[in-house]
Design a protein around this ligand. Sequence first.
Ligand code: AR6
Length: 540
Amino acid sequence: PLDDVPEWKGVSMDEIRKGLGVYDCQELPPICASSSHIVLISLPLPARGTPKPYPTYQVEKWCQDYVRMPHSKHNLYLNGSRHNRNRWEIIQESLLQNFVSTHQLESAILSYNHIYAQRWDFTALHHFFSEVLDEEETNTFFETLMPKMVQLALQLPVLVTGSVPLLKRHTNGTISLSQLQIASLLANAFFCTFPRRNSTDPQSEYGRYPYINFNRLFSAYKEGKWKCESVMEKMKCIFHYFRRVTCKGGAAPEGVVTIQRRYIPKSDCPKWDEQVQTLLPLHITSRGTIEAEGTGFLQVDFANKYVGGGVLGLGCVQEEIRFVICPELMVTMLVTEELDDTEALIVSGVERYSKYKGYSNSFKWIGDYVDETPKDSSGRRLTSIVAIDALYFKNSQMQFNINNIIRELNKAYVGFVGCEASKNNLPAIATGNWGCGAFRGNPKLKVLLQLIAATVAGRSMVYFTFGDTNLRDDIAEMHKHFVKHETNIAHIFSLLLQYQEFASTENSDFYRFLYNRSKMKPITQHLSKNIHTKLSVVKE
Ligand code: AR6
């Protein structure tokens, strides 16, 4: 019967895991503080309970290399004719009240952001409470959750005593902090307390960072547009997260999260035309999702170069959904400067809080999710996510341009390569149609580029086609073809180079082209030299 036909192709999950248990491999080594790894909690971890902040006493760095904290004594509020006041004092005064409506909340937020009073808009937030929640739910929110969120935000000075470094462009840097510290930072983002993060001018100090203050989300409302519904569902996820992290007892999060920015200069990336490996094993399935069935693997976030993408706006595709079901990911938006071509961000230890169904405009929050992922010796859940941003292709032909191919290979490689310290124990990659939805790439090309990058990084792959059985079969066949013919990466790369010219002249089937050409003799040394000349002349 048809039901017996497996929905996957390639090798089994067991083979991908090399017979090891789901959590036997680990992306990041245990936490060890250094000049490039800032640890905001005290080590070793307590046997139970939440990790303690580090250092014991508050230290403050008000400068361009660290997050400017809302409670800093340097965070002055220039309020017209009045004397400069400490902004944190105003924040405390404004938030310590018994809120009964979102209009009151709006006034409170604007009282320490008055220059935005005319520009910020809270329509989506008001809509959520007036149209989405019923009266009882609204009352419960203001009576119970809201005061706890305020407490969580105002505890920031005692919870985060160290300075939070920024993960800047073209640097390698790592931060480890507790889930509770993240919760407090995100509560501050909710109340829009982060200074200097509101300018829309790209030249401003944080012009190359993602948005972090939640006023963006509160205004994400379009009259009559379906997108507003997914914004409401995203809000449900976020309030659910705050409900979970503010509840007392065993349910409060006690774990640790590590955020790592990785930069490999372009000149140190692999020479793609010199790699002699053949493709590593692939498990490909049309069922399941990266976050659910990709347990234990390095899970790809189909990111924006500004991590988080449209999570605080109207966006509701793979990255945004991942960020709202695992809101701790949003703390990356506080610290991560725009990703450049050969940079990636790896996050380990985040928890999933929400169940959902649907996608994009049909996305719905459907309730609490209990994440049973075990923790490593550093208190991190064994969930690792890598944010890699694909290129956006307005013109579909452009993706076959060899410079764009190299860009995507390098990007995926930087994401997949893993730390030296974990080298022999890295999990496989769990991915799918990276760059092929909102960014309009061709999945048949992108999967091949990801396979090449994963192979050179020494990792097998689990690929989710997100319901597409034809794509699954085509990819499985392509992979099988190259493995059977022992076509190495240099050879595949040379085929891509040939297709670049072919694609612009004829409307051909990409894989057919690869099959036909791969039967010919592999590229010679002479031709290989030719590639380098071509590479330097082909521009986007
Ligand atoms: N698991 C597996 N596959 C998935 C999943 C999932 N959970 N969700 C989606 N897919 P897209 P992009 C498949 O459009 O093109 C965001 O705004 C599905 O086939 O999210 O790289 C970012 O912030 C889908 O069409 O990724 C960026 O700005 C395909 O993956 C931008 O979108 C691509 O998902 C990135 O766009």
